[in-house]
Design a protein around this ligand. Structure first.
Ligand code: SF4
Ligand code: SF4
Length: 172
């Protein structure tokens, strides 16, 4: 069972280095966010500077009150569209160095959703940011799932503090 505190090496054992249409259908509607060190790997792979990578290929996105970079989405007129690194023939053009979130996107596996939750709990939600906790609480209220170790009272074990955060009595 995947828990919030499952170690990265165990998580990575659940991923494959495979490429198929089922997984890549997601690449037609968005892209995976980048975490520390991933910009450098992608820039090196493409033989360009990190500066150029950011300018040409990345865009900023905010999730649970935290800013990230991700490959640009080719939106056109629509609110969604394919990842800039997605090619109908070649598929993911940066497959070897794609982000951890992209790697964990294992849509054919029964534990695929849990891998995404693990990523969210370990790399997106910031338990030390009250606004991130409030947004996570709204996500849970609207039916969002979480993993063992990733419930509100596990992220903020001090009940009084959690109550104050949720009542906007602690803002920062
Ligand atoms: S994890 Fe499954 S859906 Fe994704 S590329 Fe591999 S075989 Fe395809
Ligand atoms: S980086 Fe690759 S795997 Fe990730 S969304 Fe873009 S095309 Fe898909």
């Amino acid at each position: 069972m995947i828990k919030k505190n499952t170690e990265l090496k165990e998580i990575l054992k659940l991923t494959n280095d495979c490429k198929c249409e089922a997984c890549e259908s997601g690449c037609g509607f968005g892209s995976g966010i980048l975490i520390e060190g991933e910009e450098k790997k992608i820039a090196e792979f493409l033989g360009i500077s990190e500066e150029e990578l950011k300018k040409k290929y990345l865009e900023e996105v905010e999730e649970f009150n935290k800013k990230f970079l991700r490959p640009k989405i080719k939106r056109g007129e629509k609110p969604y569209g394919p990842c800039i690194f997605f090619d109908e023939k070649q598929k993911c053009k940066i497959h070897k160095v794609k982000s951890m979130q992209c790697k964990l996107s294992m849509s054919c596996k029964p534990y695929g959703e849990d891998l995404m939750l693990w990523f969210m709990l370990n790399h997106i939600i910031d338990k030390d940011d009250p606004e991130s906790i409030r947004q996570f609480a709204s996500y849970l209220t609207s039916g969002g799932r979480t993993l063992e170790g990733g419930h509100l009272e596990e992220l903020v074990p001090d009940k009084e503090k959690l109550n104050k955060i949720l009542k906007f009595e602690i803002l920062k």
